[in-house]
Write a protein of this length. Sequence first.
Lengths: 275, 478
Amino acid sequence: MGERAATEKVTPGRTTRALFFAGALSVLVVGLSSSLPQIPRKLAEAARRSGEGLVEAERRIYGEHTMGAITEARRLIPREGAYYLADAGAEPGMTTWVRYLLAPRRCELLGTLKRPGTLTEREGRPARLLPFVVITSHGDTPVEIVASQRFFEGKVPFDPGLEDTRIPASIDGPPDGAVVSGPLEVRGWCQESGGRPCAQVRIWLDGVETEAAVERFPRPDVEHAVRGIGNADRAGYRATLRPDPARTRHRLNVYFLTADGRYRRLGPLRFESRP
Amino acid sequence: MSSLAAFLVRALAGGMLFTATGAGVATVLRLPRRALPIRLGWSYLLGVAYLGGALYATSHLFLFPLRRSVVLAIAALPVAAAAVRRRPSPAAPSGRTTWRAGELALVVAAGFVGSLMSLAVLAEAASSPPTDWDGRMTWCAQARFIRGARTVDAPVLREARWYVTHPRYPVLLPLAQVAVEEVLDAAEDDRVVRPLYALFLPALLLVVYDSASRLAGRRIAALWTLVAAMTPFLAWKNGGAGGCYSDLPLGCFFGGGLAILCLGPRRLSTGLSGGLLLGAGVLTKNEGLPFAILALGALALASTRHARLRPWRDPRLLGALCVVAATAALLFSWRSAIPNRYDDFFFETASPGALASGLARNGKEILGCVTALMASRASWGFLWFALPMLAALGWRGLLRRRALPLWIAPACAALVILAAYTLVTGDVVAFVVGSWNRFLVEVSIPVFLVGAVATRGLLCPRQGSSERSGRVTSGAEG
């Protein structure tokens, strides 16, 4: 009896099987009806495009103007060479596509509008210039190539190192868009986690690095508010600037440099000065 | 149309490089021989895993330049070894040779639909350069940098000055791209390399059919292969075969490795081949290593629970563990010289407190978002409606020893991913929308196999002596 029970095969009822197969059939029919029509469409599209050369394909995807600039950049910059890349407000992804299209040429990113607090106008110029800057932007010329000498014209040598936007920092004053009169106090804080103050705080006003002394002081409020920041005895900074009286509109950038060759830039802050 | 044919021939030529290499690997590792189409699927995966991994190691450890001669020499090694080997691989157990009513029609239908879908995906891939985000940002860009420098330790990756997004992402697929371009002597025309990604779709379908037929029989296997072939996200979307994302390749390596280790004989060669695929996953994406660890853990658990076999005495586990450990060591060694930059960091530090507060902060949004994504018929059809019902009704099948790791490993992976979501600072919905569907692609093979096992559990809930006596029924092995 036990042996018969052990060998007896238990199968689900007919109703269960019928329900299962009905459900499976309806799922398959729905799936087939949505998937199969895609196949001839995709094959037709592929057949239409297979006559394209690579140049035509790239023009179709990126546009005539972009590929014209890319072709020129490919001619000017050797495959084993390098260039600067700057994003002046291009559509999302354009800077990335330009980097891909110009690879294996290496690029150094000068800055982008897309991430808050990163530069659009680089202060100073690198000590050793790469020959060209490729600029992506919005509008009729999405990609432009400029000789580095022209791009950095008039700028003094300043190489802060590798940009790292994760360095905790802040400009507490002046606020963006402020209207000031007389001397201007720039203040804020910068410190890496674990109690490592930024090695240098360098302030650029209207494209020129200020000679005003930057005072460092404790910021216990920062130590209390920012988890993991550590001892903030040198986190605070302030400097008093005297804006050029010949100008009313000013641009302020603050660079926070670490001891190991990284930096973060905050700005540009724009403000007006009145007599 | 003749131009399209020419593109397809060129696309397949790249695929043949890996398939031929993988066939040699399968012979050397004495994997059971199966029907030709199924062998092609496994060979493709093994070929990409072996050739990509070997190029990674020889370039990083031995400074071999990435040139055509080196690629061909490395690809030829297993082919030559297989030719020299006298003993052929054992034939797979043939099972039942007669076909039940409707079984042949279902298998033919699955083959027909799968072939058509694969052809359409391949044709699209072969005729247009990449237009997807990840492909242009990371994988294809890295391939160009690596090919330009002729080494996986390209200076552009190692020097912090250069703008490279996600420079520490593993580069097995970019290396595979370089291999294809070198062998075909192609210029920077990524229409040559896009098919590399598209060919993972037919490989996935063949792996699903083969593994499901061993678990649940040919009819159920054909049914689930049809489901897989008709899943829109796998075929058309970025993250599937529609672009140059690495999610589908990782899914094939993870799922294929898990299937080999669950279903293969308890031999060292099984462990080495399963480990080769899991190791390829480690070198494909960051998620590959946690997936491999979960897979091995799930296998160890199943082994201990059912067979009372100590995990360290299971040659499959030992073989797989050795290969995975070696690939992890290679990855860490390669990565250690690359300074991280231009990489996103979305998470606050994990701790029980952070998880609890994250759950309170993000839990409802995450659940809503995940549910909406899985319920999307445009992406997944009825898969996520049907699977829970089948699992509930056919739960007996899921408790079988060979089936346990197939749902434990992806379930644990899902829990880890969901826990990570709770730690996201910022827009968690955008993060989930950008990543959850791709995670589902990465665990798709075990998901389809679980569906097959649950279906068998529903339709054949209990088989008495037929199973205990080892008699094979319905083409399923136990």
